[in-house]
Ligand binder design. Structure first.
Ligand SMILES: [Zn+2]
Length: 446
């Protein structure tokens, strides 16, 4: 099928840009972060109410890429995607005793019949209750891994850092169910390995540490962190013995509890981007999530819970990788990999090679499916549009400029991350991008 594909044009893109503001002191410095400022200024997100945001088209494109990476890794471990309801009966949280632990952070709603619900921050109860309603469940149906990617809600006292500590956020949450603790442990390790693969694909340095189980409960917990000075967790990472733990667990002694190492860079700040728990029966028992045992008796399932902060990963990656006024996305999450800048209206190139930008768009779009944007705001100078492209953080900028009128035509390609520019023929340009661009695997094969 050779259907004509839509041309993605900057002139049509909903990206409300703020002008570059240098050295302006933000109002709430302690509540603001680099990623928040960049994402607001560059029209990636807009705030709706404290801790609640509109995700604009570029954010959604990036989130879709992250979702695709997660979905592929989840398919590899035989996890199945579902959507749990946002509203969870309060009585389920009463049965597990959790409602009183986290009461002040819950958004609660009532229906017209006075039924009580919470806007779910997490779905252990909902997932356990789902299985409890299906009886009898044969042992043959396990292990079972169900996950979703959806909006979650937490009534933060002090929302801050944009998407990083929001009241409404996007989380990927997975719940595993196994027949016994040994099998549950194997599932736990398998999911943690999948999470490590996801973080490696994103390409931001991360650390996996021992974590506290907190009000979630269970026997084992791990956290995944991006290291950043605005991170709100303290991480102990020992270079001598390899012990890595949240300081809440390791103790605030400024030395490694295993080997006594007391290097001064032992403790770092981390942004928690993933958290896993081996829960055991904490939720399955009170909610009757059982399978049918050998003697037809009901046996409680062993559960695990695994969260990935999807919207937080996006913000944290920008936080860690960006420059003061320019976003740097992980290559695999850039909203578009390539932007083509066409000549300014009325310029020499404009009359000489008028059709070249669209021709290049079609060529590159054929190789890098859906990864190319054409900046056709031709009333603006090329320089102004290159600046916007760098601020927005597209990895490769192709400029149809004065050298495009030479024979053979040469195009300028700016490799933004490496701060390099090259003048290449059309064929050389395609080769160069195929060799360098992270998203070539997304090219059309179907
Ligand atoms: Zn150590």
């Amino acid at each position: 099928m050779n259907k004509i594909r839509i041309v993605h044009r900057s002139s049509r893109l909903f990206q409300p840009l703020n002008p570059v503001q240098k050295n302006i002191q933000a109002k709430n410095v302690d509540l603001t972060s680099l990623s928040q400022k960049l994402m607001l200024d560059l029209g990636i997100i807009k705030q709706s109410s404290p801790g609640s945001f509109h995700y604009l088209p570029l954010a959604v494109r990036s989130l879709n890429k992250l979702t695709k990476i997660v979905d592929e890794e989840m398919a590899n471990i035989d996890a199945q995607k579902v959507i749990f309801p946002t509203l969870t009966y309060s009585k389920l949280w009463e049965k597990t005793g959790r409602i009183s632990d986290v009461d002040s952070e819950l958004f609660k709603v009532k229906d017209r019949h006075d039924g009580s619900y919470i806007l779910s921050p997490t779905h252990e109860e909902a997932a356990a209750d789902l299985l409890a309603t299906i009886t009898p469940m044969s042992y043959k149906q396990f292990p079972l891994k169900l996950y979703q990617i959806s909006s979650k809600f937490r009534d933060e006292m002090k929302p801050r850092f944009g998407l990083m500590r929001a009241r409404q956020f996007i989380m990927k949450d997975l719940y595993s169910f196994d027949l016994n603790m040994e099998l549950a442990r194997a599932t736990y390790d398998q999911v943690c390995e999948a999470y490590e693969r996801i973080f490696k694909l994103i390409g931001i340095n991360f650390v996996k540490v021992l974590g506290t189980t907190g009000n979630m409960g269970g026997s084992i917990s791990n956290e995944f962190h991006f290291i950043s000075k605005i991170g709100e967790d303290k991480i102990l990472s020992c270079g001598s013995c390899g012990y890595r733990a949240n300081v809440e667990l390791a103790g605030d002694e400024l030395q490694c509890p295993v080997c006594g190492n007391n290097d001064k860079d032992l403790i770092k700040n981390g942004i928690e981007v993933g958290h896993t728990f081996l829960l055991g029966e904490k939720y399955s028992k009170p909610l009757n999530a059982n399978f049918m045992g050998i003697n037809s008796n009901a046996v409680a399932l062993q559960m695990g819970s695994y969260g990935l902060g999807i919207s937080r990963i996006l913000a944290a990656a920008i936080e860690v990788g960006s420059l003061e006024h320019e976003i740097r996305w992980p290559d695999v999450l850039a909203p578009y990999s390539i932007i083509i800048i066409s000549p300014k209206d009325g310029s020499k190139e404009d009359s000489a090679v008028k059709d070249l930008p669209l021709e290049m768009y079609r060529t590159l779009d054929g190789v890098f499916c859906d990864e190319v944007l054409l900046d056709d705001r031709n009333a603006l100078t090329i320089g102004k549009r290159v600046l916007d492209a760098k601020r927005t953080g597209y990895p490769y900028i192709v400029v149809v400029g004065s050298k495009a009128t030479e024979t053979p035509a040469r195009l300028e390609v700016i490799d933004v991350k490496n701060d390099e520019q090259h003048y290449l023929s059309k064929d050389q340009l395609v080769d160069f991008l195929q060799g360098n661009c992270a998203n070539k695997s997304h090219s059309v094969t179907n």
